[in-house]
Design a protein around this ligand. Structure first.
Ligand SMILES: N=c1c2ncn([C@@H]3O[C@H](COP(=O)(O)OP(=O)(O)OP(=O)(O)O)[C@@H](O)[C@H]3O)c2ncn1[C@@H]1O[C@H](COP(=O)(O)O)[C@@H](O)[C@H]1O
Length: 110
């Protein structure tokens, strides 16, 4: 993957922070969703996840790309509203790098 994904997520995160700070629900989808509360953001994320799952079992790549983008966008809103960042997610994924999921699970069961 290109480094551009980090730049894309960083730019999106910055815009989301701006929209949350401005709180102009009529002009901004991000602000309007946030105004409905954390529960509504979480619900929307769940809906987008279901739509991505449905797209995943289809043979329609553009559909899956669109739904995956909706999913990442709404997860970005949820993280920002909670005061968390994509850098934190990257740090956690980097921490896990190189440890097999099977090994990690076996460690948990001891
Ligand atoms: N990436 C996105 C993005 N992806 C999806 N959406 C919107 O997310 C909404 C929900 O998606 P759905 O597919 O569920 O649409 P819907 O059927 O209308 O659903 P409901 O909201 O009515 O339940 C739609 O209004 C989409 O247009 C987005 N809205 C904004 N962004 C980014 O966020 C930035 C800030 O947007 P504003 O807050 O609107 O200024 C933009 O510049 C973009 O970079």
């Amino acid at each position: 993957m290109s480094k551009a994904m980090g730049e894309t997520l960083g730019r999106l995160e910055a815009v989301i922070h701006d929209r949350l700070a401005a709180g102009e629900a009529e002009a901004s989808y991000v602000a309007s969703l946030a105004a409905k509360g954390r529960g509504k953001i979480a619900q929307k994320l769940g809906e987008e996840a279901v739509e991505a799952v449905i797209a995943a079992v289809s043979e329609d790549d553009p559909e899956l790309i669109g739904e995956a983008s909706d999913l990442v966008f709404h997860l970005s809103i949820l993280l920002a509203e909670r005061g968390l960042s994509w850098d934190m997610i990257a740090a956690e994924l980097d921490r896990r790098h190189g440890t097999s999921g099977h090994t990690e699970k076996a460690g948990r069961q001891q």
